[in-house]
Design a binder for this molecule. Structure first.
Ligand SMILES: C=C1C[C@]23C[C@@]1(O)CC[C@H]2[C@@]12CCC[C@@](C)(C(=O)O1)[C@H]2[C@@H]3C(=O)O
Ligand SMILES: O=C(O)CCC(=O)C(=O)O
Ligand SMILES: [Fe+2]
Length: 413
């Protein structure tokens, strides 16, 4: 159900998010509030008529999964055009499983082999999996468990951390405030992480301040998780540096003190998964993404003109190159289009750590990667400049850096 902000319906929206705690799903089905408001009669499933469609399109929306899941028809704003619609049955992507055990224990031969595999995958599509990464299993399980606690809260409580217009952190139920079509079927909670020694508790403090004292433990889990992700990404930066022939210290040092973004993606079941998308096609504008998906599956990557899936594996992290690293490698390594599909039965969760350089770092490739045969592809920039661009221009193709470069050029004229 959509919760338009007309006075009478706003009251119902409020009621719905509060009463959901006490009403069982079967009761909800009987007391379908929108049907009562629109027709003053008990619900009879019907296709949306023109009038209700127009009303739906004209009013701001709230994505409340606890209510939406009982709707027979999903709102048009979530229906993707035919050429972009999800295909749930796609071939698997061949991605290397990179065993980090030897590298992490200091074995130089294992490090060479791991960097070779990483380099190969990054030239093809920029996706690979890491195993034996050294991250505590309990920490990963806790990070998933605390996601359930958060997203199962009534909407009004999650909205304590509401993402505001122009900001990229906080709680967002879909992108209802930002876009009016092709909306993703998901809720997210995003926050900033800093590896700077002067901000040791950024995540913990942010979550406690937004959500209240009782979220102390919640904050601690994600503070620890981000720290673990930051360390793992610095290790991967060593492998990337070796594979590009600039030495293992180069990118590691570049990302020390990183100022990154953590995002919890929560995809409720959708009654029409073939019409919707959990996350629309995009390239990550950030540097490196380390993703942990639960056992449900839904991540797809566009390679060789076709969507491919990456199956979930609790023991593995999915790593992908983002646009910022593509620029740092002077285009040698690919930032690849990907998306997430949803399903009709099970909620899906993923934890995404987006590595970003400290805000004052200039993104410029090392001189070893620039010569007559490989001239500079992108201008110098800082991460906050690219972030400003992606917040103002939604992109669903692989040309973000080119369009960003033109935008920078126009801005400087
Ligand atoms: C649809 C989008 C949301 C996003 C920007 C983008 O155009 C593509 C990726 C998304 C992402 C992922 C990492 C964090 C984030 C802030 C970013 O820079 O790129 C988000 C953007 C967002 O949520 O606004
Ligand atoms: O949930 C997923 O599998 C992918 C999410 C994603 O691509 C993102 O958050 O940028
Ligand atoms: Fe992504």
């Amino acid at each position: 159900m959509f919760l338009p902000r007309f006075p009478q319906q706003a009251a119902l929206a409020f009621l719905s998010s509060h009463l959901s705690t006490y009403f069982t799903p079967s009761l909800w089905l009987l007391v379908s509030l929108d049907r009562i408001t629109n027709t003053h009669s008990m619900p009879m499933p019907q296709p949306p008529n023109q009038e209700s469609k127009e009303q739906e399109e004209a009013t701001p929306l709230v994505f409340d999964a606890s209510v939406l899941r009982h709707q027979l028809h999903i709102p048009t704003q979530f229906i993707w055009p035919d050429e972009e619609k999800a295909n749930l049955d796609v071939p698997q992507l061949l991605v290397p499983f990179i065993d980090l055990r030897g590298f992490l224990s200091g074995d130089p031969i294992a490090a060479m082999e791991a960097s070779r595999l990483v380099g190969e995958a990054c030239q093809k599509h920029g996706f690979f999996l890491v195993l034996n990464h050294g991250i505590d299993r309990q920490l990963i399980s806790d990070a998933h468990l605390f996601m359930d606690h958060f997203f199962e809260l009534p909407l009004s409580q999650k909205q304590r951390a509401q993402r505001k217009t122009g900001e990229h952190c906080g709680y967002a139920s879909s992108f209802t405030g930002r876009f009016s079509s092709k909306l993703p079927w998901k809720e997210t909670l995003s926050f900033q992480y800093s590896a700077d020694k002067n901000s040791p508790n950024l995540v913990k403090d942010y979550l406690r301040n937004k959500m209240g004292e009782e979220f102390e433990q919640f904050g601690k889990v994600y503070q620890d998780y981000c720290e673990a992700m930051s360390n793992l990404s610095l290790g991967i930066m060593e492998l990337l540096g070796m594979s590009l022939g600039v030495g293992k210290a180069y990118f590691r040092e570049f990302f020390e003190g990183n100022s990154s973004i953590m995002r919890l993606n929560y995809y409720p079941p959708c009654q029409k998964p073939d019409l919707t998308l959990g996350t629309g096609p995009h390239c990550d504008p950030t540097s490196l993404t380390i993703l942990h998906q639960d056992q449900v599956g839904g991540l797809q990557v566009f390679v060789d003109n076709e969507w491919h899936s990456i199956s979930p594996d609790f023991n593995a992290f999915v790593v992908n190159i983002g646009d910022t690293f593509m620029a740092l490698s002077n285009g040698r390594y690919k930032s690849c289009l990907h998306r997430a599909v949803v399903n009709s039965k099970t909620t899906r969760k993923s934890l995404a750590f987006f590595l970003c350089p400290r805000s004052d770092k200039v993104v410029s490739p090392p001189c070893e990667l620039v010569d007559n045969l490989s001239p500079r592809l992108y201008p110098d920039f800082t991460w906050p400049m690219l972030l400003e661009f992606t917040q103002k221009h939604y992109r669903a193709d692989m040309k973000t850096l080119e369009t960003f470069a033109n935008w920078l050029q126009r801005k400087s004229n």
